[in-house]
Design a protein around this ligand. Structure first.
Ligand code: SF4
Length: 93
């Protein structure tokens, strides 16, 4: 299992997300320690590299990863979650 800093309450807003959500809107497979319980069989939408290869490969992987991280960060800020969840996009660049 791998840390999943991207899984927050907004997951319930994703159309066709294959899993149920908890009362706080987070995925039913998100564990208390922020690990994904089904990491090796997670859906494509949870796999940034797979999503880039399948749908966004006209831009560089780095650009896609940064834009995805920025979107995640905006959800984190909007949701007033702890800053510890913010993704440092400088480490992607
Ligand atoms: S399947 Fe795993 S990676 Fe995807 S939202 Fe649920 S906990 Fe997060």
């Amino acid at each position: 299992m791998v840390k999943d800093g991207s899984d927050l309450g907004y997951i319930k807003e994703i159309a066709d997300f294959p899993f149920s959500t908890k009362e706080d809107g987070s995925c039913e497979h998100l564990l208390e320690d922020h690990l994904c319980a089904v990491y090796n069989s997670r859906p494509d939408i949870c796999d940034v590299e797979k999503t880039w290869k399948k749908h966004h490969n006209k831009i560089s992987k780095q650009e896609y990863f940064i834009s995805t991280a920025e979107i995640c960060n905006s959800f984190i800020i909007e949701s007033k979650l702890d800053d510890k969840f913010l993704i440092d996009t400088k480490i992607i660049a």
